[in-house]
Design a binder for this molecule. Structure first.
Ligand code: PLP
Length: 547
């Protein structure tokens, strides 16, 4: 029905395609990876541009006393996933010409930029660490990386494609320096010789943007002086960068503000997220209204085939036995990793996501007595996994808190280190319940819940992100009531009461009523059919890649 032939160049800082190719840190990268796989499968004319991260993203370990430490890792198997295009180009960063090589990921139209070449000296490290860590001057490192992705990605698209894409789509603001080149080229390169203002307006015809972060602090700022010093301005003047990157004539350049100023169309990643994004950015003038295209997940990556067949046949006994088999796989996986034997006949609740403030990792422990009772009476088992950003001390605190509960209840509470695609597959098919407790409305989307839902793992979550669109309480999962009229600790306490209440009154009773549980599993899988990258990609072509 949809025509996927419009040519699009898609820019993303990370891409998680397979567990072994460690080119991602978390949600943003997995989403891009799923998008890449779907584009190939659907035959969409989208080409993807990203960076080849030689060291990927840090591993995180929690020591015995609960201290969180970041451990560097190598993306050691990268060579077996990519083919050399033999194309390369120079990119000026500051006073140095950096040589960038272009690799193609095998089997997909994903092009990866690589600065790790001897002639680049120390600057070869710019493409070592996703989100930094190789340079003392982290601002230089960040701007350099964003220049490679944005400006480098534009140059790469000219080298690898035999045509000009109709749209440039930026997955979050990291690549937005690309628009400096787009505007400059309209002013200086083509016969158009447009004024800056006309070139800026014309750029909007080709630039599309997906916003992810609804936390203002999560939206990056750079000093315009730095951008000029490192040549991220691509010939644009201080004043021109001011016009793109802010509105108050300050000397800062906001990546998201610039993206909003330069895009003809902008989407957010769920319905609620779009509402919130429009509120957050309401003071940014001359920006398009942000509309939702809810994320999806790649079905063939995340849904177990036999589960899907049983769903199609509405064969509940088969579905239940298949679920049990995946639960046993998870139990074995945990036994191997941690030496802990979970009981597959008792409820397993999974919780895996980034450890950061609004996700409230500790919400389920707000009533320690109830948790103790639930453990004693029903032997419920809680499995946690995820990483925090290196500099997010609050997030690291959550990991320490979970670590302490795990010490207290070693057979019932556990934390798995090294959350990655592989582990996510075990968890989102082997748990019974998928828990999410964000502070509504802070969640952007929450794609792991879709992976769980596709496998009949029932979501139990605050009504936020995708779940606000999908949930049908006690039919396809459960909603944790959000006391939005309260704030702070008071609100957390009330939300936590709701969480515990539904565990006692609905989730555990249903767990012992296998027929009812199986029906809910079928409903869950049915609901998730909408939340796939197939639908997402079609939506992009229908709603974003149009005039
Ligand atoms: C799906 C996935 C994520 C993103 O999950 P959210 O629910 O969107 O936070 C992060 N990391 C891994 C390894 C995943 O598989």
């Amino acid at each position: 029905m949809n025509n996927l032939s419009t040519s699009v160049a898609y820019f993303t800082m990370e891409a998680g395609i397979t567990p072994e190719f460690k080119n991602y840190s978390g949600g943003l990268g997995i989403l891009s990876g799923d998008h890449v796989k779907q584009a190939t499968q659907s035959g969409a004319n989208t080409s993807f541009f990203s960076i080849l991260w030689k060291k990927g993203y840090n591993l995180q370990k929690v020591t015995d006393d609960g201290t969180v430490i970041d451990v560097p890792q190598e993306n050691e198997l990268w060579r077996s996933y990519v083919t050399d295009t033999y194309l390369s180009f120079y990119l000026p960063i500051g006073d140095t010409q950096i040589l960038i090589r272009i690799w193609k990921f095998n089997g997909h139209n994903l092009y990866l930029l690589d600065a790790d070449l001897e002639e680049n000296g120390e600057l070869r490290k710019l493409t070592y660490n996703l989100y930094g860590g190789a340079f003392k001057d982290s601002e230089f490192e960040r701007i350099g990386q964003e220049m490679i992705l944005g400006i480098g990605g534009m140059i790469a698209s000219e080298l690898v494609l035999d045509h000009k894409p109709k749209y440039y789509h930026f997955n979050d603001g990291h690549a937005i320096f690309a628009v400096h080149k787009i505007i400059n080229d309209y002013m200086n390169i083509y016969d158009l010789h447009l004024t800056f203002n006309d070139a800026w307006q014309k750029a909007k015809q080709v630039v599309r943007f997906t916003t992810h972060t609804n936390v203002k602090d999560g939206n990056e700022l750079h000093s315009i002086d730095d951008l000029i010093k490192y040549k991220a301005n691509y010939n644009l003047s201080f004043n021109q960068l001011q016009l793109l990157g802010n509105e108050d004539g300050s000397s800062n350049y906001g990546m998201t503000v610039s993206a909003l100023h330069c895009s003809g169309k902008v989407n957010a990643v769920s319905v609620l997220h779009a509402e919130e994004a429009n509120k957050l950015w309401k003071d940014v003038s001359n920006r398009p209204v942000i509309f939702p295209i809810t994320n999806g997940v790649h079905r063939d990556t995340w849904q177990k085939e036999d589960i899907y067949s049983s769903y199609l046949l509405s064969n509940v006994s088969l579905l239940m036995s298949q679920h049990k088999a995946y639960k046993l796989q998870l139990v074995n996986y945990i036994k191997e990793k941690k030496g802990i034997s979970l009981n597959p006949d008792c409820l397993i609740i999974g919780f895996a996501r980034r450890a950061t403030g609004y996700k409230r990792w500790n919400l389920i422990f707000k009533n320690p007595l109830s948790i103790e009772d639930l453990i004693k009476r029903y032997n419920i088992q809680l499995v946690f996994a995820g990483k925090s950003h290196q500099k997010d001390e609050n997030g690291k605190k959550y990991l320490s808190i979970i670590h302490n509960f795990a010490k207290q209840y070693p057979d019932n509470v556990l934390f798995l280190e090294g959350y990655d695609i592989d582990m996510a597959k075990y968890l989102t098919s082997g748990c019974d319940i998928w828990l999410n407790t964000p502070l509504v409305p802070m969640e952007a989307c929450g794609t792991s819940g879709m992976k769980a839902a596709l496998n009949g793992v029932l979501n139990f979550s605050s009504s936020d992100g995708w779940w606000a669109e999908a949930c049908d309480h006690e039919k396809n999962g459960w909603v944790i009531h959000s006391h939005t009229e309260l704030s702070g600790e008071e609100r957390d306490k009330k939300d936590a009461e709701s969480l515990i209440y539904y565990l006692y009154t609905s989730i555990i009773p249903t767990f012992f009523d296998k027929d009812k549980w199986a029906k809910m599993m079928l409903e869950s899988i049915k609901t998730a059919e909408y939340f796939t990258t197939e639908r997402m990609l079609n939506d992009y072509y229908e709603k974003l890649y149009t005039e």
